[in-house]
Design a protein around this ligand. Structure first.
Ligand code: 5GP
Ligand code: ZN
Length: 113
């Protein structure tokens, strides 16, 4: 299977990794849209949020916990940050391996573009 993020998990593709454990990985986005832009992914290949199964619920909890840990580490937790998970094309999903964007370090607009 051809998947950019599976390649990062398998260390076949370089990334600036901030956190790694047996379930998840966090790394810098290659094209940051904010001063802080980190991607948090499950190591398991799950294409979109529509594919999350009940057996993945604790993994998804861990994904969010890791995103919050990154926000604290980056010093943006108190100021505020945004967690984004795009699902399918019209939302702007381009990589079909589940990922949570951690965005911060600047004011975020609402509604999002
Ligand atoms: P999506 O648009 O699917 O929600 O987000 C995909 C994100 O992955 C984009 O923000 C894009 O910049 C990032 N990205 C795409 N390819 C790579 C890559 O090879 N390495 C890293 N670190 N980020 C990537
Ligand atoms: Zn994958």
């Amino acid at each position: 299977m051809n998947c950019l993020f599976c390649d990062i998990v398998r260390k076949k593709r370089p990334a600036q990794i901030l956190h790694e454990d047996n379930l998840v990985m966090a790394f810098e986005d290659i094209e940051p849209q904010a001063p802080v832009h980190v991607l948090v992914i499950p190591k398991k290949h799950i294409p979109t949020s529509l594919d999350i199964k009940e057996e993945d619920f604790s993994l998804i909890g861990h994904l969010f916990q890791t995103a919050c840990r990154i926000a604290r580490q980056k010093g943006i937790a108190g100021r505020g940050f945004r967690l984004v998970m795009n699902c399918n094309r019209e939302a702007g999903q381009t990589v079909f391996h589940l990922h949570l964007h951690v965005l911060g370090g600047r004011g975020m607009h609402w509604p999002p573009g």
